[in-house]
Write a protein that binds this ligand. Structure first.
Ligand code: FAD
Ligand code: NAD
Length: 405
C-alpha cells in the first residue's frame, strides 16, 4: 500500500498535539504528514486575555511551529485554508491545494455574536493573537488620546466587556492590574476610568460554584470593576452598547472600547463542508471522526461531544482539544494498521480561572481553590500545555516561572 498522506489543518492545541504524537509514533517512511497553519507560529489561546489587556506581550504568547515539529517527518505549510472538500478529498489554500488519505480538522474557534447588530463591526473579540494585540493597542490609543485632547471625552476611558464567562472574567482580572499601569503611563486619573462587565445570565460565571463566583466578584469589585448582570447586550454602535435592563427598558452606555467575550463557535469553514454542524461545530463520532466520513477527524473547538451525564456538550477547552489530539493520532495509526479505533472520553481534571497575575479561583480534582494557590496551579497548567507539546526545552523558553507572585 502507498504510504498515506495525513493532512492536519490548524496548529492550535488540537492540531499540534495530533502532529507531535504522530511524529513520535511513526517513522519517516510510514506516512506523509502535512501540517497547514495560517501563521508560522502557534499561539497559546489560553493566554490571549493577557496579551489583549497588555499584561503580557503578544510575542510571549506565541512560538515558532518549527521549534516543535520534526521536519524529517512533518512538512509544515504556512497557508490559509480556504475550502475543505470532503467528497473530492481536496483542501484549497491561498497557495495551492492538498489531497489526503486522512484529514484532521483542528481550525479552532471564532467569537460568537449571535447575530446581535453592530458587534461584528464595533466590538473586539479575543479570538487570536493579532486580535489581542489590536485590543491592547486600541485601549492604549484611547488613553493616549484622552490625555492629549483639549475637550476631554471621558467615555474613551470606558471599557465594556460583554459576557462574564471564563474569558470575560480572565480578561477583567488582567484589566484590574493593567488599568492602574495605564493611568500612570498616560497621566490619566484612575477615577475617570470605568470598566463594566455586562452579563445576560442572572449570575457571573453561570453554572460555576457560587462561593468561588462570589470570591471572584469581590476581588474584581475591589479593583474598581463593575458588573451588570441579567442584562444582555442587544446592540453595539460606534459609540457604545445598548443593554436590555428589563421589559422595554434599555440603557445606552457610551464606551471607547467594547470587547465581546460572550461565547465561541467553531471555524466558519466547517459550515461550507456540507458536514452537519451546529454553530460550526460537528457532533463527532466517539472515535472523533465526522459522521459518514471515515477519513475525516475533527478535534478541538470544531468538534462537539455530548457529556451524557448532564446531556449537554462538553465545553470547548484546550484541555479537551489536547486530549483529543492524543486520541486522534492513536486512531489514525490504528486505521493505518487495520486495527479498530478507540472511543474518546474526556478526562476532566477541573478548571481554574485566573483573576490577574496572582489570584485565581478553581475546582481541581473536585477541590475548590482560591488565591495564590489557585494562581500557582493555573501557571502550572499553562506550563504543562507547553511541556506536552514541546517538552522541557519549550517550557523553559516560554513557561511562566513567576509562580508565587
Ligand atoms: P485553536 O487553539 O484556536 O487553534 C486553531 C489554529 O488554527 C490556530 O493556530 C489558527 O491560526 C489556525 N487557523 C484558523 N483558521 C485557519 C485557516 N483558515 N487556515 C489555516 N489555519 C487556520 N481552555 C482551557 O482548557 N483552559 C484555559 O485556561 C483556557 N483559557 C482560555 C482563555 C481565553 C482568553 C480563550 C479565548 C480561550 C481559553 N480556553 C481555555 C479555550 C481554549 O483556548 C480553546 O478551547 C482551544 O484553543 C481550542 O483549541 P483548538 O486546537 O481547537 O483551536
Ligand atoms: P462562555 O460561553 O463560557 O461564556 C459566555 C458568557 O457570555 C456567558 O456567561 C453568557 O451568559 C454571556 N452572554 C451571552 N450572550 C450575551 C449577551 N448578549 N450579553 C451579555 N452576555 C452574554 O464563553 P467564553 O467565556 O468565551 O468561554 C469559551 C470556552 O473557553 C468555554 O468552554 C470556557 O470554559 C473556555 N475557557 C476556559 C478558561 C479556563 O479554563 N480558565 C478560560 C477562558 C475560556
Amino acid at each position: 500500500m502507498k504510504r498515506p498522506t495525513i493532512l492536519v489543518l490548524g496548529a492550535g492545541y488540537g492540531g499540534l498535539t495530533t502532529v507531535v504524537n504522530l511524529q513520535k509514533s511513526l517513522g519517516a517512511d510510514d506516512a506523509d504528514i502535512v501540517l497547514i497553519n495560517k501563521n508560522e507560529y502557534h499561539y497559546e489561546s489560553t493566554w490571549l486575555h493577557e496579551a489583549a489587556a497588555g499584561t503580557m506581550s503578544p510575542e510571549s504568547v506565541r512560538y515558532d511551529i518549527k521549534d516543535v515539529i520534526n521536519s524529517n517527518k512533518v512538512k509544515f505549510v504556512q497557508a490559509e485554508v480556504q475550502a475543505i472538500d470532503v467528497t473530492g478529498k481536496v483542501v484549497t489554500t491561498n497557495v495551492g491545494t492538498h489531497t489526503y488519505d486522512y484529514l484532521v480538522i483542528s481550525l479552532g474557534f471564532e467569537g460568537e455574536t449571535f447575530g446581535i447588530p453592530g458587534l461584528d463591526k464595533y466590538a473586539f473579540s479575543i479570538a487570536n493573537v493579532k486580535a489581542a494585540r489590536q485590543i491592547r493597542e486600541h485601549i492604549e490609543y484611547q488613553f493616549a488620546t484622552w490625555s492629549t485632547e483639549e475637550v476631554k471625552d471621558d467615555s474613551r476611558l470606558t471599557i465594556i466587556v460583554g459576557g462574564a464567562g471564563f474569558t470575560g472574567i480572565e480578561f477583567l482580572g488582567e484589566l484590574g492590574n493593567r488599568v492602574p499601569e495605564l493611568c500612570k503611563e498616560f497621566d490619566v486619573p484612575q477615577e475617570k476610568v470605568r470598566v463594566l462587565c455586562v452579563e445576560a445570565a442572572p449570575m457571573v460565571l453561570p453554572g460555576f460554584d457560587p462561593e468561588l463566583v462570589d470570591y471572584a466578584v469581590k476581588h474584581l469589585n475591589s479593583k474598581g470593576i463593575e458588573f451588570s448582570i441579567g442584562t444582555p447586550v442587544v446592540e453595539a454602535t460606534p459609540e457604545g452598547v445598548n443593554i436590555k435592563k428589563g421589559e422595554d427598558v434599555f440603557e445606552f452606555v457610551k464606551a471607547g472600547t467594547v470587547v465581546w467575550a460572550a461565547g465561541v463557535r467553531g471555524n466558519r469553514l466547517i459550515e461550507e463542508t456540507g458536514i452537519e454542524n451546529m454553530r460550526a461545530r460537528v457532533k463527532v463520532d466517539k472515535d472523533l471522526r465526522a459522521p459518514g466520513h471515515s477519513d475525516v477527524f475533527i478535534v478541538g473547538d470544531c468538534a462537539l461531544m455530548i457529556n451524557e451525564a448532564v446531556n449537554r456538550p462538553f465545553p470547548p477547552t484546550a484541555q479537551i482539544a489536547m486530549q483529543q489530539g492524543d486520541m486522534c493520532a492513536n486512531n489514525i495509526i490504528a486505521l493505518m494498521k487495520g486495527e479498530p479505533t478507540s472511543d474518546f472520553t474526556p478526562d476532566l481534571k477541573g478548571s481554574v480561572c485566573s483573576l490577574g497575575d496572582s489570584d485565581a479561583i478553581g475546582v481541581v480534582f473536585g477541590k475548590k481553590v482560591t488565591g495564590t494557590k489557585a494562581s500557582f496551579m493555573k501557571k502550572m497548567i499553562d506550563n504543562r500545555a507547553l511541556f506536552m507539546i514541546g517538552g522541557v526545552g519549550l517550557t523553559l523558553k516560554k513557561g511562566k516561572f513567576n509562580l508565587l507572585k
